[in-house]
Design a protein around this ligand. Structure first.
Ligand code: 3BY
Ligand code: FES
Ligand code: FE
Length: 418
């Protein structure tokens, strides 16, 4: 974080920073976390400081800001962020905070502007963040150049926009280079958002991610998703059956012929990508398993691409199919409140009502998201009880949860300097 005067005041999180690190160091391996990690206001603020203000965060897609002046906004904790397309395709990210008296600059979720103009007193910034105009009332000595917008680290790869609020962002290149390679066939600059859903879940952000990291609950909860999804996370899944492995081998021969990557790759436990088959005979995550969009993405010529599954901790999972992609973004809003944004992407030239029906396209994941919301909220309600104590994760079904919680725990311990 940039040094500011709030850091001259006593650090209100000093004691929780230490307590949380000690609790994590002493925690029982492969067990869920102690209650305060899921419901305490101070640990929530610690998560914001030590995870969301320090790690790379998935913000949005480049296709959402296709031309110069297009912008999107999001909040990372209490930090409003604006991401704007500048000249020659550049993508800039800033704290969405005016350098005059701190007003938020862009107040809508997306839009298009010639310049970034503060609504309060009209200070005007270039799309690259330079302050251009501060009226004639600031005095002759006023130094425009000293009042540029504060930049945020931004990394663009495979159509994804990641931002990092830390002064020194963690290493990210190995993953983003591979991401470019895996997404090359999808021509991600030429996509568009066909459908978007924003759900506020009454659950801690870690419960939302934990829930996504296992399919132990799939049989009991996701009839629509199981029309297409294989219940194995990937080919390394300890539960993968011989039939599944045979199917994988057959599909990989097809994908080799198409020249598209599929190999399972991990980047620490933070990032993972793998192309895995859907159920045999099924090509898309729709109710009937048929494509939801007639126009395929990029250079893809067959809808039978399985799902390219991309995981990015702390806040995203994704499915890339041949005809559309579904990208998920998780942003914490409070100790027990989380925003889950889902975007369904299609080729930018696909025509609504002709090539795709948005209602058909969204059905499976709308149902799945809502089922997962209920699961996370019920999980939260139980955890809030005095009866809750950490419980054991299954090593075969919940290895993804174990990986996530270990990653989280390592980050808190390391980022708090313990
Ligand atoms: O990310 C997925 O597709 C699924 C949703 C439910 C479990 N998870 C592995
Ligand atoms: Fe932005 Fe005054 S606060 S111009
Ligand atoms: Fe689920």
């Amino acid at each position: 974080m940039n040094l500011n005067t709030s850091q001259m005041l006593e650090d209100p999180l000093a004691s929780v920073r230490k307590t949380a690190a000690v609790m994590l160091i002493k925690r029982k391996p492969n067990y869920s976390l102690e209650q305060p990690f899921y419901n305490d206001e101070r640990i929530y603020r610690l998560d914001i400081q030590e995870i969301f203000e320090k790690e790379w965060i998935f913000a949005g897609m480049t296709c959402e800001i296709p031309t110069k002046g297009n912008f999107i906004t999001l909040n990372i904790g209490e930090n409003p962020i604006v991401i704007v397309r500048g000249t020659e395709g550049a993508v800039h990210a800033f704290f969405n905070v005016c350098r005059h008296r701190g007003s938020r600059l862009c107040v809508t979720e997306k839009g298009k502007v010639a310049k970034l103009v503060c609504p309060y007193h009209k200070w005007t910034y270039e799309l690259d963040g330079r302050l251009l105009f501060a009226g004639s009332d600031m005095g002759e000595q006023f130094d425009l150049a000293a009042h540029d917008l504060k930049p945020v680290h931004v990394k663009v790869a495979g159509g994804y926009i990641f931002v990092c609020l830390a002064e020194q962002p963690p290493e990210f290149e190995a993953f983003t280079e591979e991401l470019k390679h895996y997404l090359e066939p999808y021509d991600t600059e030429n996509l568009k958002v066909a459908v978007q859903s924003d759900i506020v879940e009454d659950a801690n952000w870690k419960l939302v991610i934990e829930n996504n990291r296992e399919c132990y609950h799939c049989n009991g909860s996701h009839p629509e998703l199981l029309n297409s999804l294989q219940q194995f996370d990937d080919t390394d899944d300890p539960l993968a059956t011989p039939e599944y492995k045979t199917l994988v081998a057959r599909k990989q021969t097809d994908w080799d012929a198409m020249g598209v990557p599929y190999t399972l790759k991990y980047f620490g436990k933070r990032n993972r990508m793998t192309r895995t088959p859907l159920l045999d005979g099924v090509v898309s995550m729709t109710m009937d398993g048929k494509p939801a969009c007639k126009k395929l993405m990029g250079r893809i010529t067959s809808p039978d691409m399985g799902s390219l599954r991309i995981l990015h901790l702390p806040n995203s999972w994704n499915h890339w199919l041949g005809d559309h992609a579904i990208v998920f973004r998780v942003l914490p809003l409070g100790p027990q409140k989380t925003l889950v944004t889902t975007k369904w992407l299609v080729h930018k030239d696909a025509v609504e009502g002709v090539d795709y029906d948005p209602e058909n396209m969204r059905k499976v994941w709308d149902a799945t998201n809502d089922q997962d919301r209920v699961l996370a909220e019920e999980n939260q309600r139980g955890i809030n009880s005095i009866a809750y104590q950490p419980g054991p994760y299954s090593e075969t079904f919940e290895f993804g949860v174990i990986d996530f919680i270990n990653w989280y725990s390592d980050r808190i311990i390391e980022n708090t300097g313990h």
